[in-house]
Design a protein around this ligand. Sequence first.
Ligand SMILES: *[C@@H]1O[C@H](CO)[C@@H](O)[C@H](O)[C@H]1NC(C)=O
Ligand SMILES: *[C@@H]1O[C@H](CO)[C@@H](O)[C@H](O)[C@H]1NC(C)=O
Ligand SMILES: *[C@@H]1O[C@H](CO)[C@@H](O)[C@H](O)[C@H]1NC(C)=O
Ligand SMILES: *[C@@H]1O[C@H](CO)[C@@H](O)[C@H](O)[C@H]1NC(C)=O
Ligand SMILES: *[C@@H]1O[C@H](CO)[C@@H](O)[C@H](O)[C@H]1NC(C)=O
Ligand SMILES: *[C@@H]1O[C@H](CO)[C@@H](O)[C@H](O)[C@H]1NC(C)=O
Ligand SMILES: *[C@@H]1O[C@H](CO)[C@@H](O)[C@H](O)[C@H]1NC(C)=O
Ligand SMILES: *[C@@H]1O[C@H](CO)[C@@H](O)[C@H](O)[C@H]1NC(C)=O
Ligand SMILES: *[C@@H]1O[C@H](CO)[C@@H](O)[C@H](O)[C@H]1NC(C)=O
Ligand SMILES: *[C@@H]1O[C@H](CO)[C@@H](O)[C@H](O)[C@H]1NC(C)=O
Ligand SMILES: *[C@@H]1O[C@H](CO)[C@@H](O)[C@H](O)[C@H]1NC(C)=O
Ligand SMILES: [Cu+2]
Length: 570
Amino acid sequence: MRLIIKVFLLQILAFLVFGGDIHCQASTRGLTFVVREASYTRLCSTKNILTVNGQFPGPTIYAMKEETIFVDVYNKGKENITIHWHGVTMPKYPWTDGPEYITQCPIQPGSKFRQKIILSFEEGTLWWHAHSDWTRATVHGAIIVYPKNGTKYPFHKPNAEVLIILGQWWKKDVNEVRDEALATGADANASNSLLINGQPGDLLPCSKSGTFKLTVDHGKTYLLRIINAALQEALFFSIAKHKITVVGTDGSYTKPLTRDYITIFPGQTYDVLLKANRRPDHYYMAAKTYAEVPIAGNRFYDNTTTTAIVQYRGYYTPSSPPSLPHFPAYNDTNASVQVMASLRSLADVEHPCNVPLSTSTKLIYTVSVNSYPCVNNSCEGANGTRSAASINNISFHTPTVDILEAYYYNISGVYGDKFPSVPPLVFDFTADYLPLLYQLPSTGTEVRVLEYNSTVEIVFQGTNLVAGTFHPIHLHGHSFYVVGWGFGNFDENRDPLRYNLVDPPFQNTISVPANGWAAIRFEASNPGVWFMHCHVERHLTWGMETAFIVKNGKHPEAQMLPPPSDMPPC
Ligand SMILES: *[C@@H]1O[C@H](CO)[C@@H](O)[C@H](O)[C@H]1NC(C)=O
Ligand SMILES: *[C@@H]1O[C@H](CO)[C@@H](O)[C@H](O)[C@H]1NC(C)=O
Ligand SMILES: *[C@@H]1O[C@H](CO)[C@@H](O)[C@H](O)[C@H]1NC(C)=O
Ligand SMILES: *[C@@H]1O[C@H](CO)[C@@H](O)[C@H](O)[C@H]1NC(C)=O
Ligand SMILES: *[C@@H]1O[C@H](CO)[C@@H](O)[C@H](O)[C@H]1NC(C)=O
Ligand SMILES: *[C@@H]1O[C@H](CO)[C@@H](O)[C@H](O)[C@H]1NC(C)=O
Ligand SMILES: *[C@@H]1O[C@H](CO)[C@@H](O)[C@H](O)[C@H]1NC(C)=O
Ligand SMILES: *[C@@H]1O[C@H](CO)[C@@H](O)[C@H](O)[C@H]1NC(C)=O
Ligand SMILES: *[C@@H]1O[C@H](CO)[C@@H](O)[C@H](O)[C@H]1NC(C)=O
Ligand SMILES: *[C@@H]1O[C@H](CO)[C@@H](O)[C@H](O)[C@H]1NC(C)=O
Ligand SMILES: *[C@@H]1O[C@H](CO)[C@@H](O)[C@H](O)[C@H]1NC(C)=O
Ligand SMILES: [Cu+2]
């Protein structure tokens, strides 16, 4: 704990000392990530986990808007690994974006890959994580993007900044959890604890000494940079007796939104202001799972409460125990969409909103949980089936050569370019009862090709196949405007009339509500191959993903850059 703070202070110091230079030396700054195992003790037991530089959560990358950073990634572990810069759009340079077998082959044990992170419009909190198998459970960390020299936050400068990384801890090795689920066809076991900054918090066994503590001065304001790095769980986050004010999400500022709690879905980030304006005492900040229904099969959700402490400086007798925040019920879907319903981008002169007012490409993508039948109902998913997932009824089959290199070097037979623009079958997607025959998906490695500069609208439609649940859909290579959402089936005549085309939020991960829909718009102005997938890890493993190929424009300026010389071989 003390060590973490020390490292954090050193990094802040480094930022202050080199701050002015970072901008000028943009393209020469280099970092080193050594992926290796390290021993960690949580919940009274010790295990080896995969880490970056031995740290969990991993090191924070401090950057300035528009900066370019090189990261030398060494794999000194036993598993294949890739690293993704989540929310960094990597203009014209998909080569080091990271998803395995989509833009690169994995960095194999004993090898190294030099990755370039190209920041452009992003400002605020982003993060990095492994994008290979389930290794991101412990291989993740923050990317903090400060305003450029001469520009400021669009809110009063906070007195201090605090990183809050939310995660999940399994007592078993996560590979074992994944392997068991894949072998039985069941939903993966729930984790044993949620985490704040790598710690379960003092409500969980053997955790008191490690609990993260934020010491505050009465009257001061703190910027909390919150990342949901959990593999599976959507989380309610709150601080007892305090309100929090959202000022940004996914590396883009928003109009201030004051709330008792936020819901943060896997993959999302929120920047919130905390004003220390209550009676000096100590209070819990906490996170709990939102899970609308117990999911199919024998899995349940992680129902632990992870805590950290907000402690006011000064002399007083603290209440005992600290008060806990009040949370909505675990299955309160209405509560889960409250923040999403009110998020608005700044849409002012310094932060213009460039939402496409008309679109050239309209896509409707159903996102479904599915099932494969098993002989004698012998699997352990719903009704003895094997769990699966799909987009437009295609369960994605991951190739063994990455799609980007197949595209660039014209290698045929790796992927198809016939991803359907609408669901192959139109039915009452969110009906209470659906024919069991619809649960079976088809499989394929299909992508969709987008013309350079096309204006794209995607309506994601959740379905009630197997179990209607939320799906945080993340797009690589582009942020997008969330122009609308709702429960039930999308109505193409009525719903577009209510789109927000004035100040929609600009995000990279949109949670499609359980048995609902969400509509996004973006301009496909970034040539390359870009993954799009559900950020619930087991849904990704089951096939809820696809990719876009954005073609080159005519101008040399509008074309993909050539690959680096050290692309990992397949
Ligand atoms: C940043 O701004 C300060 C003053 O605001 C100036 O002294 C400094 O040279 C600037 N640094 C860069 C890299 O532009
Ligand atoms: C998953 O949960 C089941 C039921 O509690 C248990 O028997 C099994 O050992 C667990 N598996 C892993 C890998 O944790
Ligand atoms: C949490 O889930 C476990 C089983 O996974 C159950 O035994 C326990 O009673 C639950 N606790 C609460 C507070 O619901
Ligand atoms: C939420 O769960 C409780 C029991 O855990 C149940 O009584 C209630 O009906 C559920 N609410 C919804 C909206 O499903
Ligand atoms: C959710 O909101 C809808 C409409 O506002 C209401 O009909 C429903 O009862 C609410 N459900 C819960 C669980 O609060
Ligand atoms: C399925 O069940 C039938 C009847 O119980 C049995 O004869 C058959 O061997 C089983 N098949 C498998 C693959 O287990
Ligand atoms: C790629 O392959 C196709 C079909 O085999 C061929 O028509 C095309 O000319 C090739 N393009 C390049 C750049 O090699
Ligand atoms: C998906 O495709 C499978 C295989 O072709 C088919 O059996 C199933 O009915 C389809 N389901 C839907 C919802 O389109
Ligand atoms: C792409 O579209 C933008 C408008 O959204 C336009 O300003 C730009 O010139 C276009 N670029 C090309 C190469 O067509
Ligand atoms: C399980 O099977 C029963 C009976 O066939 C059916 O009513 C139910 O909908 C099925 N549930 C799922 C999740 O497939
Ligand atoms: C690691 O990556 C290489 C190259 O793609 C592949 O051949 C190998 O099967 C992978 N290993 C595992 C355990 O997935
Ligand atoms: Cu999902």
